[in-house]
Design a protein around this ligand. Structure first.
Ligand SMILES: *[C@@H]1O[C@H](CO)[C@@H](O)[C@H](O)[C@H]1NC(C)=O
Ligand SMILES: *[C@@H]1O[C@H](CO)[C@@H](O)[C@H](O)[C@H]1NC(C)=O
Ligand SMILES: *[C@@H]1O[C@H](CO)[C@@H](O)[C@H](O)[C@H]1NC(C)=O
Length: 494
């Protein structure tokens, strides 16, 4: 009897175990399938599916003459700052009659300024050499630790972004694909201990270089002064500078040198065909260049975040005052009745130092009547204003604001003007750029090219409004906008 009960128990336990096992196997399979699904949707590398591999490096052979001398420097920070440093490097190389050793442009994951020797070590480890296999890891596998940063930046020749031919004809440049001294030794046939004169910087704006003795232009932000004549006396094969960042770090006071600086600035503008094609396609949809107003509204990062609302409000009212006949009451309604709070700075963003605001409202009165036929072609999102033509002015906003169309910061623009556009509106026109990938490291290029595209579009309008104190806005206003609209460049040295 006892044995029979035991037997039943054993059978029951056996049965239960079997059930649990079957359930476990089933769950394991289901979870497995689930995890494959998750892998497919969250893999960040190698998406989207249809990439176009683009050649981004120039591979050129160089023959070096025995008497040839060189100038080297370190490249760092974001693209815009690298361009400023390159302007200085080119001018300095010209004035010292030395071949410029040109590092490639680094896009994404900007290296901050560091003191010379630290910078050298950091640049040395910022490389994809040795981990090339990262690019071949299938999207079904997670990336190993050393590959996590692999797709967060990419390296391209300046020729990929800019037409360097006129500059190459004007002064000798040699590509320096990596920053190591060993590379210099091997390719210039030198010895790093005997043939390099180092100008090591120990602070971010260490020295300013002058072409005129006893210049009256102050070196204000910089710690010390350096003279071209002293640098000319250096006989070593290579002069190696650290950072050359800083607007007019090399001051071109002699008229010919000022011409050189203007020449450099005019030519260091994006000519990349992916950018130009996309810009042309989008500008067509805006009714053609010089048929719209271009805006550059920067709202990300501390300072710009703090002043975002007053900055935007200021640009908005300049456009209202210059182009429309709307009454203050109408404007107040269109703004959503938030004007009084919009002119306040965001006190939740703490900057430490209070920075004085410069909201000049000297908007010259300037109307431009957009041809009605053009307006018909442009797919404005809202009905035209029936009587006030100025309200129907086409506006393009280049911005780093998230989801600009629904972003409360930009509400008043979309609510007032029927023909406001942002880059997000042009999916089809961006398709080519979004599929472009660096052939060497298989890194998608769109993220890096988009700010340049956005700037290019906004600079091709008949008027440009930028964000106060943004160096990028300032660059569009002082360089790109005049160049693209056929005006003279204004170079301010101080
Ligand atoms: C996940 O991706 C692989 C390879 O691309 C594919 O074969 C598989 O069908 C995908 N799984 C699902 C559930 O989409
Ligand atoms: C510039 O340097 C080259 C050597 O690279 C030399 O042949 C030429 O004479 C130099 N020009 C001047 C003006 O010193
Ligand atoms: C420039 O300044 C130095 C002293 O710093 C002086 O000896 C020299 O005469 C000055 N030259 C000119 C042209 O003023």
């Amino acid at each position: 009897m006892v044995a029979a009960i035991l037997n039943i128990r054993v059978r029951f336990i056996f049965f239960l175990s079997l059930c649990l096992f079957v359930i476990a196997v089933f769950l394991y399979g289901a979870l497995n399938r689930l995890s494959i699904d998750v892998d497919n949707t969250t893999s960040t590398h190698n998406t989207p599916k249809h990439f176009q591999d683009i050649e981004v490096q120039r591979h050129k052979k160089y023959t070096i003459s025995p008497e040839e001398k060189f100038l080297a420097y370190f490249s760092h920070s974001g693209y815009h700052n690298q361009r400023i440093a390159l302007e200085n490097a080119l001018l300095l190389a010209k004035l010292l009659n030395r071949t410029l050793l040109l590092p490639p442009a680094m896009l994404g994951r900007p290296l901050p300024w560091l003191a010379f020797d630290t910078m050298y070590r950091r640049l040395f480890v910022t490389t994809k050499t040795g981990i090339e296999y990262c690019k071949d890891i299938s999207e079904n596998y997670p990336l190993p630790a050393e590959c996590l940063d692999y797709f967060s930046y990419t390296i391209v020749s300046w020729d990929f972004l800019v037409d360097m031919d006129p500059i190459n004809k004007w002064h000798r440049i040699m590509d320096r694909p990596e920053h190591s001294y060993e590379w210099l030794e091997k390719n210039l046939n030198i010895n790093q201990n005997n043939d390099i004169y180092f100008v090591k910087d120990t602070s971010r704006l260490d020295y300013r270089i002058y072409d005129t003795p006893n210049s009256t232009i102050p070196y204000s932000k910089y710690l010390r002064k350096m003279e071209i004549s002293d640098l000319l006396a250096i006989d070593k094969k290579v002069i190696h500078f650290g950072s050359l960042f800083g607007s007019f770090r090399v001051v071109p006071e002699f008229p010919t040198n000022l011409e050189y600086a203007t020449f450099i600035r005019k030519h260091l503008i994006p000519t990349n065909s992916l950018i130009q094609n996309a810009a042309n396609r989008i500008i067509n949809k805006l009714g053609g260049s010089k048929n719209f107003i271009g805006l550059h509204i920067r709202v990300s990062d501390g300072f710009f975040m703090k002043f975002a609302r007053p900055n935007i409000d200021n640009i908005y009212h300049q456009i209202i005052d210059t182009f429309t006949n709307l009454s203050p009451q109408e404007v107040d309604i269109l703004e959503g009745g938030t004007h009084d709070s919009d002119i306040l700075v965001d006190d939740t963003v703490d900057l430490g130092d209070p920075i004085s605001r410069d909201f000049s409202t000297a908007a010259e009165s300037y109307q431009k009547n957009i041809d009605l036929n053009i307006l018909k072609e442009v797919k404005c999102r809202k009905p035209f204003h029936p009587t006030d033509k100025g309200v129907n002015t086409i506006i393009y906003i280049a911005t780093d604001a998230e989801s600009p169309r629904t972003n409360p910061l930009l509400f008043k623009f979309f609510n007032t003007f029927p023909c406001v556009f942002v880059l997000d509106d042009f999916d089809q026109e961006l398709a080519e750029m979004k599929s472009a990938r660096n052939v060497e490291d298989k890194t998608p290029l769109a993220n890096y090219l988009i700010p340049m595209l956005d700037a290019m579009i906004s600079s091709k309008g008949f008027r440009f409004y930028g964000t106060p104190k943004s160096t990028f806005s300032n660059y569009i206003e002082k360089t790109l906008h005049p160049l693209y609209t056929g005006k003279e460049l204004l170079i301010e040295l101080v």
